[in-house]
Ligand binder design. Sequence first.
Ligand SMILES: Cc1ncc(COP(=O)(O)O)c(C=O)c1O
Length: 384
Amino acid sequence: MPVEVNKSVSKLAESQIRQIMEIGRQMEGVIPLWFGEGDEATPDFIKQAAIKALAEDKTFYVPNSGIPELRATIAEYMTTHYGRQILVDRITATTSGMHGIMLAYQTILDPGDKIVIVGPIWPNAVHAAEVLSGRPKVVALREVDGEWAIDLDELFDSLKGAKALFINSPNNPTGWMAEPAELEAIFGYCRARGIWMLCDDVYARLVYDARDLAPSVAALAEPEDRVIFINSFSKNWNMTGWRLGWITAPPDLLLTLAKLTEYNIAGPTTFVQHAGIVALREGEVHVAANRASYEARRDLVHGRLSALSRINMVKPKGAFYAFFSVEGETNSLALAKKLLHDAGVGLAPGSAFGDVGEGYLRLCFAASPARLNEALDRLERVLT
Ligand SMILES: Cc1ncc(COP(=O)(O)O)c(C=O)c1O
């Protein structure tokens, strides 16, 4: 007899990125560029901070919102970077950006609520809303004159009847980045109508121009505005496996978020939080070095892929993904499987990022240049 599970959960699609990964990890010699993480481990000064915390017996339960020193450090970091005073009563430490998204959704969404999501997008943002019986509607970024672009009229039109807007900039998978004027217009629209903005800023520091920080509504919002910012230690500080992030929300939500944290995970891991403090306080040199090396890798991947006549790729402005289409190929899952077998390279199919991603492939370029060059050599052989 089939096991009965919650109806929303039973409808959840399986991750297509994991499908590729499951096939690829059983094959020898595959270069895996399917996931969103680099191949460099967490920097030593952060690891040492965790070791020190363990040696000091930081192994007990702590407050649900996070340890006070971490929350204070996050508030200071946000204030410094976004040029507005952001007080600690707005900060909740989370067990990752994913957990931040789930907490934000649990706070805002009732079953049936419409949430507009700018896509293509990391699939979890859509599926987490489905878990809660929300009604996600994806509004598409489009390629216009060789750049990814958002159509504000279309976005505003789609926001009719919506409770919330989820926007991820810099965007996974396209590398699109919203400019300040666009964010101002979107924020103004949502603010005037009481629509919540959930801003996924997990790639905030991976920007490939003169800026060292992506534009964010954080520079515009007052504490009481209906905006929740989602941040993570995963991408900017190479801490994907640590599972640590934070959200910045109106102060009125602090207690609600603490309650929800209690009933989800009862707080992020204690010694990991101590390492997070050091990452923020001492991590700027690392973040800058990452940005520089990822920019060079982006240029490498963009240069070599664009040189292939069948490939079309917009140069990403942020995050660490190449999102490209291949002429004549319309089934990205089939193509990703073919590349796994014929080229020994593991890429994420664009269809994993919603219907609007179909026809594309995503390659994570946060790998070493030697690995990238080998993967590109292999792709070239199959795709020319
Ligand atoms: C857009 C986006 N948001 C959030 C996350 C969550 O990251 P984590 O849960 O590792 O903090 C990811 C991870 O890939 C992402 O791409």
